[in-house]
Write a protein that binds this ligand. Structure first.
Ligand SMILES: [Zn+2]
Length: 197
């Protein structure tokens, strides 16, 4: 958040935030989603984005709860409250399935000033995206090329969120821009790759 010097622990809706600002921003996010969740139009158009936001809230909250620096009792109470509220709202969204599956991919950044590529494995798949670990620094909205190493398919993807794990690894969420069904997902199951074990 602008003007804040505290350590960033992740991003919510594309904005990097510290712990304190994460808590206040999350409450606003949950209030907004809660106010609209009964509307059919909201469920049709915004369930995916809302689900992503709620997942970010839950990950953040879990990180705060597990962090070595002990939060104040107020922050701890807020964190638990957020976690329970976000998870309740998440359960009320109508979304496409998430599939835990490990598919080897090559990620490539083709920015002129700082091109890089690395191999990674997916952790979670959805029809339009994936969650995986990336060892290069990324920003929200960065465009990456994602190539499946099992079949050579490629798609352009956008970074929709990232999160710094306590291990120091960066976990990222990708959304595909160019391929409707990159994973070959049918009714919530993958057709070719085997599930992660
Ligand atoms: Zn802050």
């Amino acid at each position: 958040m602008e003007g804040c010097a505290d350590r960033t622990i992740g991003s919510l809706d594309g904005r990097p935030l510290c712990r304190k600002h994460f808590l206040s921003s999350s409450y606003k996010t949950l209030e907004t989603i809660s106010a609209q969740i009964r509307e059919a139009q909201f469920q049709e158009r915004n369930a995916e984005a809302a689900g992503r936001l709620l997942e970010q809230c839950m990950r953040f909250a879990a990180d705060i709860a597990c962090a070595p620096e002990v939060p104040s009792s107020i922050e701890r109470a807020q964190t638990l409250d957020l976690l329970l509220w976000a998870s309740e709202l998440h359960g009320r969204l109508r979304r496409s399935a998430r599939v835990p599956a490990r598919i080897p991919v090559l990620l490539r950044s083709e920015t002129a000033d700082r091109p890089w590529e690395e191999k990674s494995d997916t952790e979670l798949l959805s029809r339009h995206g994936a969650q995986l670990v990336c060892h290069h620094e990324v920003n929200i909205d960065d465009r990456l090329i994602c190539v499946r190493l099992d079949n050579g398919w490629r798609a352009e993807a956008r970074v929709v969120w990232f999160r710094l794990r306590q291990s120091g690894e960066i976990e990222i969420g990708l959304e595909f821009l160019t391929n409707e069904n990159f994973w070959g997902l049918e009714n919530g199951a993958t057709t070719s790759p085997s599930p992660a074990g």
